[in-house]
Design a protein around this ligand. Structure first.
Ligand SMILES: *Cc1c(COP(=O)(O)O)cnc(C)c1O
Length: 397
């Protein structure tokens, strides 16, 4: 079984899913620029160091360390590239199982399945929407019994909320299974006073345009262990052995981050604390505005840390609210407001229909009712008021 179905472009157009961008349309999570990015890029151009190496890269990696506490950082072309490198460092081989929560973006697992791994999707905990450690513990026990332990487990921070990493580490540590953290949505989040992802063998961050801060595309692979990051750095730059000629003992990737983008990312990282506060304030305004509406709930904040509320994720009970999630999404769309259903569970994706798994009812229930609301920190209060009024107007009560 491979998960590389041939690409067949859909005949149907995407009209209605991607309405025209217009100045008045409110987007889900657009980049929030400071005005200082252009000067930073110009500074790199003036220096001549525009390759994926040099002072802009080391400056960006130092800024990631300053923002997260991870001592070792590799700047990468994307969060997905960072995850691919993590799987390479772990030597994931064809037929190996890699476990992940089913409630996440496909990039959590896509690089592993492209390496021939078999994904196994576990359900999430309704109290955090992240990987259920109790289910993980039971599944690991069963897998050990059939001598089929996974080669890695991926914990995922969702919508700015850290996974319950300590419980996941304890469950996996019992069997010697390494844990990777997909912290692409977790930048700025904490658990037990440390940065999200800290404690995993390797963690991946994303600086894509829709994330809490952006480099205009980019990522980082971070760890406490310098050797793991050194090995990833080697693989990220074509796996060149030390020799005067080009010599390779393994095949690598071209996964370095451009210096121009690193400069943008460094400017943006300086804003991270303000962006976390801003996203949380946006969530608080939604929660207060809908406190009296029947049938509206929100993603709970887990007790083990501070969530960034990268996206405000809301649940709509169709009977009590008087409208289902999809009709509400269309109502918002018609009012020039972009919203998105929460992650469609990976076990329900056509590409993974044959993948093994455990549970899935929680993720399916979240998908049936969950909607992400515009959460960008560049949004004005007047714009958020327009969103709030549209949702209040849609409520039957
Ligand atoms: C954004 C995201 C990624 C991928 O990051 P890119 O930088 O876009 O490659 C991976 N996992 C999750 C959960 C994400 O949200």
């Amino acid at each position: 079984m491979t998960y590389l179905a041939p690409f067949r472009p859909a005949a149907r157009s995407l009209d209605g899913l991607t309405a025209e961008a217009s100045p008045r349309r409110i987007h889900l999570s657009p980049p929030h620029l400071t005005g200082r990015e252009a000067a930073a890029v110009q500074g790199v151009l003036d220096s001549g160091w525009v390759a994926p190496a040099g002072p802009a890269i080391t400056g960006f990696e130092a800024a990631v360390t300053a923002a997260t506490g991870f001592p070792h950082v590799l700047a990468t072309a994307s969060g997905t590239a960072a995850l691919h490198l993590a799987f390479r460092v772990l030597d994931i081989a064809p037929g190996d199982e890699v476990w992940a929560p089913g409630f996440t973006f496909i990039a959590t697992i896509a690089p592993a399945v492209q390496m021939g791994a078999v994904p196994r999707f576990l359900d999430v905990d309704p109290a955090s929407w992240t990987l259920d450690p109790g289910l993980l513990r039971r599944e690991l026990h069963a897998a050990a019994g059939r001598r089929q332990l996974p080669r890695a487990v991926v914990a995922v921070d969702i919508y700015g909320q850290s996974a319950e990493l300590d419980a996941i580490l304890a469950a996996c540590g019992r069997w010697g299974v390494p844990v990777i953290s997909d912290s692409a949505e977790g930048l700025g989040a904490s658990l037990h006073g440390r940065h999200a992802g800290r404690g995993a063998l390797l963690a991946a961050l994303s600086f894509n345009g829709n994330k809490i801060v952006t480099a205009g595309g980019g990522g980082a692979l971070v760890a406490d262990d310098p050797l793991l990051v050194a090995r990833a750095r080697h693989l990220a730059h074509q796996a060149k052995d030390p020799a005067p000629h080009y010599q390779h003992s393994t095949s690598g990737h071209s996964y370095g981050l451009s210096s121009l983008l690193a400069a943008v990312g460094t400017v943006q990282l300086a804003e991270l604390g303000r962006r976390v506060a801003g996203r949380r304030a946006i969530f608080d305004r939604y929660a207060a505005a809908f406190a009296d509406l029947p049938g509206i709930g929100f993603m709970p904040e887990a007790p083990w840390g501070l969530a960034t509320r990268w996206l405000t994720a809301m649940l709509v009970d169709p009977v009590r609210f008087g409208m289902d999630r999809e009709t509400l999404r269309q109502t918002l769309d018609a009012a020039g407001i972009e919203s998105r259903p929460v992650w469609k569970p990976l076990p329900d994706q056509p590409v993974f229909r044959d993948a093994p798994g455990a549970g899935g009812a929680v993720a399916a229930a979240l998908f049936a009712r969950g909607l992400c609301l515009p959460s960008g920190t560049g949004m004005t209060e007047a714009e958020q008021d327009r969103i709030i009024a549209t949702i209040r107007g849609a409520c039957r009560a």
